[in-house]
Design a protein around this ligand. Structure first.
Ligand SMILES: C[S@@+](CC[C@H](N)C(=O)[O-])C[C@H]1O[C@@H](n2cnc3c(N)ncnc32)[C@H](O)[C@@H]1O
Length: 236
């Protein structure tokens, strides 16, 4: 049977940047022993031999935030002390548990809200859901965000679903964000800057009276690259 005669092909786009397994599995080294003999120390490989990204996890849940991004978000939480964190894109759910645990350790009473069109891959056990709310909904429909009105502030809103971003940003500015709140676009700015630079510059400029880029966090990691915006009243 030739390969193309199989009944169904998976849409590999759905795995882009995610890996195929939302559950964290400790890495298995296939091309080298884990216990390297010290009499061959000089021959030891200097890389891991597998993608770094699949290694990121929090308490056994996959979390698609690299260490630089984790450090920057830690500092932002510490500085802002948010009462609400909204993250679009849940996947395995590790980042939601990480936000909840970190704010709890910092003594912040914070609600963490995760929105995803497919929560079937979320691995958060029921016993770990305190202060975490999950909504299965599509970000392409702005009605998805109505329940967020009335959320406590300060608030951090993170787009990690990469869908309808600028319409969501406008909705958030019009209906949700107060002065000092954050809207973060994770991962995508460098791609849009490469493939649609005119649209990107034009869309961002449209928010000039209501958002500014926070130059501390916008330069802190490649995933946050030029995508950290703060609500400001800049008209006066
Ligand atoms: C990059 S992953 C989220 C990773 C997670 N925030 C983390 O840091 O570990 C992107 C998620 O966005 C979700 N997604 C993609 N398009 C969406 C849409 N239109 N509405 C809601 N969720 C969407 C996918 O189902 C996927 O789980």
């Amino acid at each position: 049977m030739s390969d193309y005669s199989r009944e169904n092909f998976l849409d590999l786009n759905t795995f882009r940047g995610l890996g195929e397994d939302p559950a964290y599995q400790p890495p298995v080294l296939t091309d080298r022993p884990r216990d390297w003999p010290l009499d061959r120390w000089t021959d030891a490989p200097r890389d891991l031999g597998f993608s770094d990204f699949s290694r990121y996890q929090w308490r056994g849940l996959r979390m698609l935030k690299d260490p630089d991004t984790q450090a920057a978000l830690h500092d932002l939480l510490c500085e802002l002390r948010p009462r609400t964190i909204v993250e679009l894109g849940v996947y395995g759910g590790g980042s939601l548990v990480w936000f909840r645990d970190l704010t709890k350790l910092m003594g912040i009473d914070c609600q963490v809200i995760g929105i995803d069109k497919d929560l079937s891959r979320c691995q958060i056990p029921d016993s770990e859901k305190s202060n975490i709310s999950l909504y299965e909904a599509d970000c392409s429909d702005l009605a998805t965000f109505e329940p967020l009105r009335g959320a406590a502030h300060p608030l951090v809103f993170i787009d990690d679903a990469h869908s309808n971003t600028f319409n969501i940003m406008k909705w958030a500015v019009d209906h949700l964000l107060e002065q000092g709140d954050y809207f973060i676009i994770e991962d995508m700015i460098p791609y849009w800057d490469r493939y649609s630079p005119k649209h990107l510059a034009e869309y961002l400029a449209a928010f000039r009276d209501v958002l500014s880029m926070d130059m501390v966090y916008a330069n802190a990691s490649s995933q946050l690259d030029r995508g950290v915006f703060r609500r400001a009243d800049m008209k006066e």
